[in-house]
Each structure stands twice: as structure tokens, then as C-alpha cells.
Write a protein that binds this ligand. Structure first.
Ligand code: ACM
Ligand code: ZN
Length: 531
């Protein structure tokens, strides 16, 4: 009888404790595909075991990032364990022994109970994303009184809708140092973005060390310091070239490694054949004419500079540059530009016209396609593939490169039907250098308006594609052009919170998107960032 009473008391107390616990808010961005909140929470403490299981030998380093983030974020020294120690009061990160097809290469399953956390995935990338989810789940508790991080109980099954989830950063119009690039990568990783498009070259500065062409960085990386971007007069002969900078090869390797530890691939962009004033300031022999090109200092439009497509030296130049670039970046893709190549110079250049005649090309546009194709073929010899802006897309195009579609969705439709892979970043939704609010109340930005709600309404999948062509839509990215963005603070202001919207558009199935809920989540994330 005594024993029976004890049992009743025990069961009653378990029941009462459980029913007193409430379901806590879960504020994950991007919204997971399936999330069932449960009562209660898990609180990591000094006694918690951080366990890893079945991590492939060559990916052990990947667990370091989770360990580091665990220490920093939960302010705890990790007690490392393995499958054996993953009992009560543990967080287990396990690579599945048998692949779970439904999770793909980046998905994960997460079970949080009051006793422990179990994360499972097919890959270490999936485990990394599970950890980003766990971090975000603790935001509300960290903002509450006391601020101790706890993780609400839940069962989550999650995987991305698109494999390509990117963010672009223009470091030519204004230079951003290694420290800031790392911060940018941190923000990307938090929101499960996995491709960093690094816009390294443009009219306003060349930003990567190339040993074969040293003047690219001794000359091409520097321009006069002008307090205002719009100060419209050309570089004066005696103006000191004090504004600029570039990344050494060592720094590039550092960034690539930092990104890799966060499951982010880095895609360098080397612009061909336009946006090249900085090259021509350093190597004027690659122009069609004798114009005294300088590194550009303001919004002259359209830019006159274009590399001479009739000069074999230009092709050798690009090959020399790309050979060194290819060595630095392990990801198989290199972006070779191709946008806004104003070809007025080509129309009057005897060498370019000769090339058109020799190659039996239709016009200057075909000349650009020919040039980009030559470079694309060369990249293949380096085991690399080309990404190009959609300016080269036409019904009769020859190039098979991956197309970055920034203009009307019809370029994406034409190219996908042609069989090219597509990355979407339309000016209508993904240009985060545009105003995000009424320009009257905002700092100067690029003319155009993309509110958070507009950014959130982006669907990378264009209309008008059959199932086969839809497979060519790899995903999407946001672009941060920096003409009017000259400090890290301003870059953060422009990118956040719109990057949250982009992240949800490329990760979450449209059926799980919810604008109202998203706004509430963003409020919580913003409060967390500001705390
Ligand atoms: C672009 O915005 N010119 C790609
Ligand atoms: Zn020419």
C-alpha cells in the first residue's frame, strides 16, 4: 500500500510538472519544413556533454566550428563526449549511419527534450545547420529576464528547398576588410546561406593580389578619397590615390577557410569584358583606344571601359589572372561577369572588327559571347566552371555557363530551356543596395525600393518552366552593391533584416512561409542582435 502511494505521488508530480510547463515560442529563420513544439525546455549547463558521433575522418575539423560556437554562444566550456556519453544532459550531433534520403545533403532532424538534444543528419553540413537552429531557438530565453539560454522542446525535420543560397558583396565600389568579410560570412551562416559571391573587380578598384600582374593592386586598387560618391569630376592629375585596398593571397586563403568552416563556398568574380576601368588604369594596352583610363571615382554612366576583344593579349591576361584565382578557390565555379559591357569601343576598333570577321560573328553581342566562351573553355582546363550574368542570354546563345539572372525573369526562362543552370537575383527582389523604406527617411541609397515584404515575396522559381527546366533553377541570392555603402555599419543596415527574408525564400517551402509570423520572428532576431 505504501509503495502504491509513492507511485501515485511520483506519477502525479511528473504530470503536474509537465502540465505547468508551457509551449515556448520558436523563432527560427529560415522557417523549418516541419516543426512540432513541445512543452518544456532543455538548459545546457557546465555538466552538459557535447557529443559527436560517426563524423567522417576527413571532416573532424567541422566539429570544431560547432564546439567554438557552443562555447561562445552558450558561454560554456564544452565537455566533449561521443555516442556513449550521449545520455541525460547531452547534446548529440550524429552523422546518420544509414543515409536518410528525405534529408538530402544539408537537412537535419532535431529532437529537443527536457533531458537532452539529439541532432542527426547525413552530413556535417546538416549538423552545422541543426546547431544554427538550436542557437536561434534560445533567443527568446536570452531576451527574457535572467537571460539564461534555454532551448524549447521540439521535434524538427528540416532541409533546404534550393541547393544554392547565396549572398553577394561588392568590395570594389568600397573596400571591406577581412574582419568585416568574416562578419558577413557569420551572418550568412546563421541564416543557412551557403554561397558567398565575392565581387572582387570592377571599375572602382581591383581587390585581389595577382602575382603575374602586380599593377592590378599597386595601381588598380587605389583611387582618390572623395567624401561623397557623387562628386562628379574625373581624377585630377595631382589627386592623391589614398582610398582603396586589396586582399593578399594569404588573406584570401584565410577567408576561404573561414567560410568552409561554416559550410560556405566562395565564388570569386572577375569581371569580363566590361567594368574594367581599374584594369585599364594599370594596363592601358588592353583597351581598344588610347583613352587615359583611371580607377573610377563616381557614378559615370555608362562606363566607357571595355577590354579589347580583338587583342590576343587580353585573352592571355584573363587566363593568367584566372589561373592564379583558380588556385585560391576550391569551389568549382568562378564568376566571370559579363554584365553591362557597353561595346561602343568595339564598334570602332579595327582589332575587334577583325575578330568579328575572322570568327564570322553576327555582331558585337556575338563577339562578347565568343570571348566569354573562350574563357569558359579555358576554365574547363583548370577544372572550373563559369557563372555569368544574364546579359549574354539570347535565343541563339552558345554558352553553357551557369547564368546569374538579375534582370527580367524571362532571361532565366530562356536559359533554363536552353539547358543552362540558373541562379536568380532579380533587381525586383534581391538588390539590397536599393532603399528599404521611404527614401525621405533613409540614408542615401541606390534608386529603387525593396521593402522587407517585397524581399519576402521572392520566389526563385520563375513561371513558365516544365519539370525538366525547373531542375535548372539552382536557387537565389541577394546582392549588395556598395556605391552608397562605405562602412560595415551601413552594409549591415542594408543587408539586415532583408537577408532573413532572402534566406527564408531560398530555404523554406512556400507552403510554410508566413509573412505575419516572419515579421514577429524578425523582431525577436533584431532584439537579440541589439541586446
Ligand atoms: C548588375 O547589377 N550589373 C549585375
Ligand atoms: Zn578592340
Amino acid at each position: 500500500m505504501k509503495r502504491f502511494n509513492l507511485l501515485i505521488i511520483l506519477l502525479l508530480s511528473i504530470f503536474l510538472t509537465d502540465s505547468c510547463q508551457k509551449i515556448e515560442p520558436i523563432v527560427i529563420i529560415p522557417e523549418p519544413q516541419e516543426c512540432t513544439p513541445k512543452k518544456g525546455h532543455f538548459t545546457p549547463d557546465e555538466g552538459t556533454f557535447l557529443c559527436f558521433s560517426n563524423i567522417p575522418e576527413n571532416e573532424r575539423d567541422m566539429t570544431n566550428t560547432i564546439r567554438e560556437q557552443y562555447s561562445k554562444f552558450f558561454k560554456l566550456t564544452p565537455n566533449l563526449g561521443d555516442e556513449e556519453s550521449a545520455g541525460k544532459n547531452s547534446m548529440l550531433f550524429e552523422v546518420n549511419k544509414k543515409r536518410n534520403e528525405a534529408l538530402g545533403d544539408e537537412g537535419y532532424e532535431l529532437i529537443v527534450t527536457g533531458r537532452r538534444v539529439v541532432a542527426k543528419a547525413n552530413t556535417t553540413a546538416g549538423l552545422f545547420y541543426a546547431f544554427q537552429t538550436l542557437k536561434q531557438m534560445s533567443y527568446p530565453s536570452q531576451l527574457a529576464e535572467g537571460g539564461k539560454p534555454t532551448i524549447p522542446c521540439a521535434k524538427i525535420t528540416d532541409h533546404p528547398r534550393f541547393a544554392y543560397r547565396g549572398a553577394h558583396l561588392d568590395v570594389s565600389r568600397h573596400f571591406f576588410d577581412v574582419n568585416y568579410v568574416k562578419k558577413y560570412l557569420d551572418m550568412m551562416a546563421t541564416y543557412k546561406l551557403n554561397k558567398f559571391h565575392w565581387h572582387l573587380t570592377d571599375d572602382h578598384g581591383w581587390r585581389i593580389q595577382i602575382d603575374k600582374y602586380p599593377a592590378l593592386t599597386t595601381k588598380g586598387a587605389w583611387r582618390p578619397e572623395r567624401s561623397k560618391w557623387d562628386t562628379l569630376h574625373p581624377v585630377l592629375p595631382d589627386e592623391p590615390m589614398t582610398y582603396g585596398g586589396f586582399y593578399t593571397k594569404e588573406q584570401v586563403r584565410e577567408i576561404v577557410a573561414y567560410a568552409a568552416a561554416r559550410h560556405i563556398d566562395v565564388i570569386p568574380e572577375i569581371e569580363i569584358p566590361g567594368h574594367c576601368s581599374a584594369i585599364l588604369a594599370a594596363y592601358p594596352q588592353y583597351a581598344c583606344d588610347n583613352y587615359p583610363y583611371t580607377v573610377a571615382v563616381g557614378p559615370y554612366w555608362p562606363p566607357k571601359a571595355i577590354m579589347c576583344a580583338g587583342n590576343d593579349g587580353v585573352i592571355d591576361f584573363y587566363k593568367g589572372v584566372l589561373e592564379e584565382v583558380a588556385e585560391l578557390f576550391p569551389y568549382p565555379y568562378i564568376h566571370i561577369g559579363g554584365d553591362e559591357a557597353f561595346n561602343d569601343n568595339w564598334q570602332v576598333c579595327p582589332k575587334c572588327q577583325q575578330r568579328i570577321a575572322d570568327m564570322k560573328l553576327k555582331d558585337e553581342m556575338a563577339l562578347q559571347q565568343w570571348l566569354m566562351n573562350e574563357i569558359e573553355e579555358y576554365l574547363k582546363t583548370l577544372d572550373k566552371k563559369a557563372i555569368v550574368w544574364d546579359d549574354i542570354v539570347s535565343e541563339d546563345m552558345v554558352n553553357m555557363s551557369t547564368i546569374m539572372s538579375w534582370q527580367d525573369p524571362k532571361t532565366a526562362v530562356i536559359a533554363a530551356k536552353h539547358g543552362n543552370d540558373i541562379i536568380r537575383c532579380p533587381t525586383s527582389h534581391c538588390y539590397f543596395n536599393f532603399y528599404q523604406n521611404d527614401p525621405k527617411s533613409e540614408p542615401l541609397a541606390m534608386d529603387g525600393l525593396i521593402t522587407l515584404e517585397t524581399a519576402y515575396s521572392f520566389d526563385p522559381m520563375p513561371e513558365g518552366l516544365d519539370e525538366k527546366a525547373q531542375k535548372h533553377i539552382l536557387g537565389g541570392q541577394c546582392n549588395l552593391w556598395t556605391e552608397f555603402i562605405n562602412t560595415p555599419k551601413q552594409a549591415n543596415y542594408m543587408i539586415y533584416p532583408r537577408i532573413c527574408a532572402l534566406a527564408e525564400c531560398v530555404w523554406t517551402d512556400p507552403s510554410h512561409k508566413d509573412w505575419k509570423k516572419f515579421q514577429n520572428k524578425v523582431e525577436m532576431h533584431t532584439a537579440f542582435r541589439k541586446r
